[in-house]
Design a protein around this ligand. Structure first.
Ligand code: NAD
Length: 432
């Protein structure tokens, strides 16, 4: 099939590359000229394991193309995926859908034969109805169908998630579109992916309800961790003990920092706004948002306690600053709150991240990037393990850290507190 991905970010680039690898002709469009020029030179704008090879292979065999010309790319395609950003509105009230609606307006003049217009971006319920109205102003109803096909891939696992999704959700009442899309996804369905066809509004809501539920699971276990710290119980025992119950399931039950990233924070807020719009009080999600917002302050207080209140001039090392491992995404990472707060109290920060230096910290005084783990931790009074990269799982702290009174605050519980204590290392985990 001839596909067009509008927006070549985490979602558009990954799914565009994977669809081309399945034998489709794909044009990835972006308004960012530098991104498109770089991609044509083989420079991949994001860190995602395995993506480089996939893009290069399919770009070379000409199944994958890059362009800034939206109208031309849409006119050459049968299926158009809208994959642009849907961030929170500046006033915090719901999703800013302006990029989606701009695309809907831009593509109208390129529809002269039947096309399926798909929202892969996460969009509020009824956005599909609005897109349809916008396109209908200029295009006959017979020439297009607006479908919701939410994306569930996780950064860091995106390619695996594309090829082996738990489910593919197609929101449309149009049989022709449903059949075409079932055909497009047939290589994944034959590998075991469940295909479900729902109404368009249901598909839009499935995405938000999934993210809100996962955010609730994380927040739940984080609050359990708070209780564990007071009663001398290890949260890892609780996670295993409840996760083995098949009704609950063990995933998303690891205590740690506040959830962040490009999805959960904005999507939980957006679904609450949708609830308000339709006079429905989503009180559980509201309290999840509140609890998560408090989480970073709570962990920061713990840092102050570990340092017995003496933060001034303390050398603190952050291992990992992105919101999770295996991604370079800094959006809503809790380090963006913790590092500036610690500097304000006079701390000196050194950080290492496997995905390199971050622009977000470049202008901050007393924040330095080290380009390897050993030089980052060498002078530290306190080492904070902020993300769970494999690179951080077997560090010989005793050998590498010069200050023999160093301490570790492992916000991901990647080390065993028992083994650390046996090695006489002052070690603090989360929920233990
Ligand atoms: N990142 C994830 O893990 C993930 C997972 C599932 C769903 N989503 C959803 O997918 C959507 C996209 O997320 P992302 O992380 O890929 O965003 P992103 O910011 O990485 O990429 C969006 C891209 O769209 C481009 N763009 C914006 N307007 C455009 C236009 N008019 N024409 C051409 N290009 C345009 C931007 O330049 C940018 O490169 C969001 O709604 C997000 O919630 C993201």
């Amino acid at each position: 099939m001839k596909l067009c991905m509008i927006g070549t970010g985490y979602v558009g680039l990954v799914s565009g590359a994977c669809f081309s690898d399945l034998g489709n002709d794909v044009i990835c469009v972006d308004r960012d000229l530098k991104k498109v020029t770089d991609l044509k030179k083989g420079i991949i704008p994001i860190y995602e394991p395995g993506l480089d090879e996939l893009v290069l292979k399919n770009y070379k065999n000409k199944r994958l193309k890059f362009s800034t010309d939206l109208k031309d790319s849409v006119s050459k395609s049968d299926v158009v995926f809208i994959c642009v950003g849907t961030p929170s509105k500046k006033n915090g009230n719901g999703a800013d859908l302006s990029q989606i609606y701009n695309v809907a307006k831009e593509i109208r003049s390129s529809i002269s034969k039947f096309k399926i217009i798909i929202t892969k971006s996460t969009v509020s319920v009824t956005t599909g109805d609005e897109i349809e109205k916008i396109i209908l102003q200029k295009v006959s109803k017979k020439l297009f169908s607006v479908v919701s096909n939410p994306e569930f891939l996780r950064e860091g696992e995106a390619i695996r998630d594309f090829y082996k999704p738990d489910r593919i959700v197609i929101g449309t009442n149009d049989k022709k579109s449903n059949n075409l899309l079932k055909n497009l996804y047939s290589p994944l369905i034959s590998r075991g992916a469940k295909y479900i066809n729902t109404s368009r509004r249901a598909a839009e809501l499935i995405k938000y309800a999934s993210n809100a539920f996962l955010a609730t699971k994380i927040t739940f276990i984080n609050e359990m961790a708070n209780l564990c710290e007071k009663i001398d119980v290890n949260i890892e025992d609780i996670s295993i003990g409840i996760g083995l119950d098949k009704r609950i399931g063990g995933r998303f039950l690891r205590a740690g920092p506040a959830y962040g990233g490009s999805c959960f924070p904005k999507d939980t807020k957006a679904i609450v706004t949708t609830g308000n719009q339709f006079q429905t009080n989503l009180s559980v999600i509201k309290s999840v948002i509140k609890s998560n917002e408090n989480r970073s302050s709570l962990l920061l207080k713990r840092v102050f306690n570990i340092l017995k209140g003496k933060v001034k001039n303390k050398k603190i090392c952050f291992l990992g600053v992105t919101f999770k491992a295996n991604t370079d995404d800094m959006r809503d990472s809790s380090s963006l709150f913790m590092i500036p707060s610690l500097i304000k109290k006079g701390a000196k920060i050194n950080y290492f991240d496997p995905t390199g230096e971050k622009v977000e910290f470049k202008k901050l005084k007393n924040v330095k990037f080290s380009n390897n783990i050993n030089s980052a931790i060498k002078q530290s009074d306190l080492i904070i393990i902020h993300t769970e990269w494999n690179d951080f799982k077997s560090i010989n702290f005793k050998k590498e850290v010069q200050n023999k009174k160093f301490m570790i605050f492992d916000m991901r519980n990647i080390y065993s507190s028992i083994k650390m204590k046996k090695s006489n290392i002052k070690y603090y985990g989360v929920g233990c």
